[in-house]
Design a protein. Structure first.
Length: 495
């Protein structure tokens, strides 16, 4: 209820005109939807990367209500303002509430934020949907460390608005931010923080035929208190979470020795907090018939990953964007091929005394034993699974929260336009799941998951839009099931 009150207050604040020469634009929308499946289990591609808003069990009835908009805080009527519109101060906002009813009832607020932008910089406060990393955000199987699979974490974030040019010639640009967030309190861990930053450089002008990308994404869960941690992991249940500890979190270093009474040998060996991220590389080329984008997210979970000891682990993708030609009734807008491998993990043996260690044990951590997750959903790629995600016969194999982090996965995604007005999205994924180095899955269960989604505008119903999806899971990791989704959305613009 506190989240709903905050959303109502946010809407009231941003909808108040500040002065007559402001320009305000907003969209309000409502969506009703239903979901059914042949079993109680919701198919993978109906729930994965949906920002934690789709329950694991079906049938489901859902209602979504939201508003997005922006207000110009700069005079947009004068001649000077018309010549330099990019210099305007713009306040943007969004809020959404989701109610799910069925065998699992939920009331969620997946988004509520305000954003203040000026030129190429912006400040964002609240909870916002986002996918972080060099990846095709629409068709991807999931960005490695921050995929949009879980409910967004509330945070304060400062950075650029997309790629900001460095210099007038614009051959070099940067997309970067830094953020501080708050994990939710659980029975196991209270008052832990999120530190997050990303820096991606682009070499090549926006209109260049060839562009190269490189950068890093760094996420850390740090601080907090747990009554369940013994003296090996915490001092009286308290993890280092003071301001003086932040340089160690930010730079992934350790400036305090073992004689520090506030830290344990685990802190000193594994650094302060749970570090998860990727080092990203990309290459984009524009051909006469298509634009190609090749990218790789090299995963890391500790220092061995930062020094590429775990190569070739990570996510690799190739996006093909055909140029539109002719007036055919069917046109492929994007085609994506991805491959994920997390088998290496710097080797099977953890030897911190022997230089760079092994058994990186992705998304698990001895202190933050709920794993790299938020509200019982993996924060990174959903193909690394929580114990509760898989079939019951695989759950008792290990005591790890993330019990399946050694995975090979191939993924194909397509976005197309049908009859010039209907949108079509299809995804097909096949994975081999080996559990972990701690406890392997017998037989390395295979899994096939797919979805076909079509969106149809309905102008004869007052501008409504219909979305229909069919998804299926076939394999050994999840329960075999086929499910369908049908949603009707109405949006109203005001300017």
């Amino acid at each position: 209820m506190k989240q709903l009150s905050l959303v109502v207050l946010l809407i009231r604040i941003v909808c108040i005109p500040l002065y007559a020469q402001q320009r305000s634009v907003y969209q309000a929308y409502v969506e009703v939807a239903g979901m059914v499946s042949t079993t109680e289990r919701t198919p993978f591609w109906l729930r994965a990367n949906q920002f934690g808003t789709v329950p694991y069990v079906s049938p489901i009835g859902s209602l979504r209500v939201g508003v997005t908009g922006s207000v110009s805080l700069t005079d947009t009527t004068g001649p000077k303002a018309r010549k330099t519109p990019a210099r305007a101060w713009v306040l943007s906002y969004a809020a959404e509430a989701v109610g799910n009813g069925g065998k699992e009832n939920q009331l969620l607020v997946p988004e509520y934020y305000v954003k203040l932008a000026h030129r190429q910089i912006q400040l964002v406060i609240g909870r916002r949907r986002e996918v972080i990393g060099l990846v095709d955000t629409t068709l991807t199987s999931g960005s490695y460390s921050w995929s949009g699979n879980a409910l967004p974490i509330p945070k304060v974030q400062f950075g650029t608005k997309g790629f900001a040019p460095l210099g007038r010639r614009q051959w070099l640009a940067i997309n970067a931010f830094i953020a501080h967030g708050w994990f939710a309190n659980t029975d196991y861990m209270q008052h832990s923080f999120l530190h997050q930053k990303s820096v991606i450089f682009r070499v090549g002008k926006p209109a260049s035929a060839v562009r190269v990308y490189a950068g890093i994404n760094h996420n850390v869960q740090w601080g907090g208190h747990s009554d369940y941690l013994d003296y090996h992991y915490a001092v009286d249940g308290q993890l280092p979470g003071q301001l003086r500890d932040f340089p160690n979190v930010f730079f992934a270093i350790r400036t305090d020795g073992l004689n520090n009474p506030r830290i344990t040998s685990f802190d000193y060996t594994n650094l302060y907090g749970n570090h998860v991220g990727s080092i990203d590389f990309g290459f984009e080329v524009r051909l006469p018939s298509a634009t190609l984008m090749l990218y790789h997210q090299h995963s890391y979970d500790d220092a061995s990953g930062m020094f590429f000891k775990n190569t070739p682990d990570g996510l690799t993708g190739l996006r093909i964007r055909p140029l539109r030609h002719g007036s055919s009734g069917f046109h492929i807008d994007d085609l994506l091929l991805e491959f994920l491998s997390t088998l290496n993990q710097s080797g099977s043996i953890f030897e911190p005394w022997n230089g760079l260690s092994g058994n990186d044990n992705y998304f698990n951590n001895g202190q933050y034993q709920e794993g790299w997750a938020y509200k019982s959903h993996i924060l990174g790629t959903p193909f690394l699974t929580l114990n509760q995600d898989v079939k019951p016969e695989y759950q008792p194999i290990s005591g790890l929260t993330v019990n399946n982090n050694r995975v090979q996965m191939a993924h194909v995604g397509m976005r197309a336009t049908v009859a010039r007005r209907m949108s079509l999205i299809a995804k097909v994924s096949y994975s081999r799941n080996m559990g972990s180095f701690t406890a392997s899955f017998p037989g390395s269960p295979r899994q096939f998951s797919s979805i076909v989604q079509i969106g149809v505008p309905l102008p004869w119903l007052g501008g409504m839009a219909l979305t229909a999806s069919v998804a299926a899971d076939v394999g050994q990791l999840y329960t075999n099931t086929v499910g369908g989704y049908l949603g009707l959305r109405k949006a109203v613009w005001h300017q």
